[in-house]
Design a protein around this ligand. Sequence first.
Ligand SMILES: Cc1cc2nc3c(=O)[nH]c(=O)nc-3n(C[C@H](O)[C@H](O)[C@H](O)COP(=O)(O)O)c2cc1C
Ligand code: SF4
Length: 688
Amino acid sequence: MKDAEGSGPTARDPGTNSGLKGGKMSQLSKLFEPLQIGPMTVPNRIMMSAMSAGPKVDEKLEITDQIIAYYVERARTAPGMMAIGATAVVPNPLRRGIRLFDEEILPSLTRLVEAVHRYDTRFGAQLFNPGGTGGGPIELISPSGISSNVRDARESERSPRKQNNRPLSIEEIPGVVGHYANGARMAARAGFDFVEIHAGHGYLISNFMTPLFNRRTDRYGGSILNRARLLLEIVEAVKGAVGGRLAVGVKFNGDDFIGKDGWTLAETRQLAPMLEAAGADYLTLTAGLVGSPRLTIPPLYEPHGCYLELAEAVKPLVKIPVAAVGRIKSPQMAHDLVAQKKVDFVVLGRAFIADPEFVAKTRAGQLDDIRPCLGECRGCADEHIQRGGLTTCVVNPRMSRELDLIDVEGVAKSAPKHVLVVGGGLAGLEAARCAAFSGHRVTLCERGERLGGQLLLAAKMPARSELADILPWYIRQLNKYGVEVRLSVEVNRALIEQMKVDTVIVATGSLPEVPQHLINIVMNVANIKVLMLDDMIRDDSFTGAKALVIGGNQNGILACDWLAERGAEVWVAEAHGHFGEKLAGHDRWYLLNRLAKKPVHRIKNVRGIEVGGNDDVWLVTDEGTQNLPGIDTIVFASDRRADRGLAEVTEKLSLDTYVVGDAHDAESESASTILATIQQAYDVARRI
Ligand SMILES: Cc1cc2nc3c(=O)[nH]c(=O)nc-3n(C[C@H](O)[C@H](O)[C@H](O)COP(=O)(O)O)c2cc1C
Ligand code: SF4
């Protein structure tokens, strides 16, 4: 089974070619015009952003085959440029990953570069030091020994977290500059076409630029020129080391968006011509710090092209190419930005994670076949950057498994089964797509009038309608692979027998339920309206003014935003110590910032909820009992029950049966997340 819509090549099949020179040009022709960047001719205007994708090296510190497969799968569609994620340049024996300061990395790094260079793309390495980001035993270096976390830095003069973070002495700085130049030399020896100096995101160079993190009083602190001095010296040194052979780019924050103690757009406008004069061959304008209100990996709460204004502000000030990054995911938008000369090229990150064939499909004009990044960061940002594991993707179940999961279209055609998928939510859609792609005959029955299941409700939450953008993509894939879709059909034993299927995939979802220990609430209320979350959203049936939401995980906390938008004052009672735990960290950050501006009261560690006479509502916490006056609506948003009754029927019929999505698991930590739903359905369906 091949991923998505499969005629393209696979990671183990480098001979086939969906994106090499001479591919069919789409109407988005400006995107596919070449561009000169320093000594490097770039075949088109799309760059795959520098993105680390999980542990890159094995125990021998050699780059893994899996990481090579990740890059190759994207390289074969021939983006103009692509860069490996942040690579360490300042020697530190404890630092893992691709160590550009370590001779031993050279053979496997060269192997990676050669593998990518089989395709028509320019390949770069990003030169990096984390500055005050991170924790643990590794020694961090920074301008003033302050953590790069905005909140921590504002609270303390020194590193408050468990960080081994020390300020660089002025005598050490030339050595650090030299390490960047050495890293660039190593990149040149491995065969890279360009290097990108990472000067954003609260890492070392960015720390020097941001007054909040840079409290120095020497020539590297204070004025803008002093704070930018380290970057300018690094650009000059790197240029001196590899200029003329490799292009030298700079990726830096156009604005930290943290107010007066941050790096600002006005400063960026001053700096850009200085970077050009120092030898930079291109500039990419990014944004975001740990703990800033706007993040580097912006979730769906940010608009498409959210940081474009930063690049636009810089472009008229320099002659070198300028690029924008941040939520650019539509080929049309990418094209228009280039065609209207707002930028010279576009840098896309997660669009490449969600669909490795983004460029090939854009080039071929198959825009509807591009699987969209939803900006729901539970996979990429959470799994890798926050939890340190492999990068996954909520819509691309093969992400970081490119080497092992090779899907071949029509592989089951010689002995196809008739597969019945019951339920047209995400799990059913993914299972149907996968099974049909393999060549099985698939019928999908949905009891409702529309496909989408719970996703239709999730997309009704404020500012989250983009989640539903995956549905047209699924519908198109099902059409393409000949899935018969039947809507408004209740599947029962008689129908299954009549259909004469070989295999049944039960994707019947879950239902919200009142937890047993809270049944007394339902029995005791007099005039308070009691609503189940799904019904309230589906029917838009809230008419009250003061609501208590029971359960503050993903669904409950999102419901608060929905209720507040309808003018309600909201209390949310959560049994555990955190809210929205199932949400991606980045989504949650934006959501909690939204809720902070609304009349939403979050109460955690709630041990009991009681309703007395006269509709008096009480919450019991470790601190005591709290009365919530005037509650007129109680919304149950905590527990869900898997609806898998049909599986018992099919098993009695001795049919090959699989259960996917919420019907399989409605209770675990990751249950009911898009990430877990699609991945589990994919893994199950590819076994058929
Ligand atoms: C998994 C992941 C890893 C990333 N690693 C890096 C990195 O190593 N260096 C970097 O400059 N940006 C990194 N980024 C940020 C992206 O390069 C990009 O700036 C950001 O995701 C915004 O672009 P997008 O909206 O197109 O994804 C990473 C992003 C993701 C999702
Ligand atoms: S996990 Fe979400 S945000 Fe990240 S690439 Fe996939 S769809 Fe986009």
